[in-house]
Design a protein around this ligand. Sequence first.
Ligand SMILES: [Fe+2]
Length: 292
Amino acid sequence: MTIAIRQIHPVFVGEVSGVDLTRPLSRDEVAALEAGMDRYAVLVYHDQKITDEQQMAFSVNFGPMEDARGGNITKDQDRRLQVGMNDVSNLGKDGRPMERDSRQRAFNLGNMLWHSDSSFRPIPAKYSILSARVVNPVGGNTEYADMRAAYDALDAATRAEIEDLVCEHSLMYSRGSLGMLEYSDEEKAMFKPVRQRLVRTHPVTKRKSLYLSSHAGTILGMPMAEARILLRDLNEHATQPKFVYAHTWRVGDIVMWDNRQVMHRVRRYDDNQPRDMRRTTVAGESPTVAQV
Ligand SMILES: [Fe+2]
């Protein structure tokens, strides 16, 4: 089999054929996929009946996996999946959809806000790899927005204004916008804001992109209201339909995206029926800016 990548959106996203992700990949295959990620920022694969172990083995082709601790309010004893697998389903440990008033469910609904995975960590994620195990019958598309194209379309004055700005990101900001304002001392320590540049440069292609995320809640040196208006304007600009690809899931699909170049969100779905999506995350290599 030979890997082929076909662009399926005017500005980004490649659909990959000629590869079986359940098997070990050759060095050339990994290089072809990594080059595809640099170019398209999102890669879509179909008909990959993958196990958790195979998905983790595929992920480490692109770098060490991210330590998932500190990214959720779910306690270790309540986890449905093994360490290394991020559970982005609507299911509790018993395998059934979570209760509507559950705090865990409310927290997970934050995935429906535009974000970049792990932008709340001092070293944010490189790639996310999401596999569809059970697809919900209603809604549940994942949408991706190309932050390079969004940056390129900014006017010169805005580019100059934001070039050196640094934001603070925290899960408490994204969840706070959904009305989740109460956290234990342990959670507050875990969700302590981190600094991220607002404009970042891709290490390989050197393309600049907007580094936006619902986790961003302040901009250093700017009054909060002013910062939030600017972030809101930039988000509105960056998520115009011309920069967005909507993925409709089929069982066996895997979508892999570069969190340094795109934002994403999940659309609403029928929460009475199961949706089993499992993510692995490839760790980033360095912070975007010095932390305090
Ligand atoms: Fe996400």
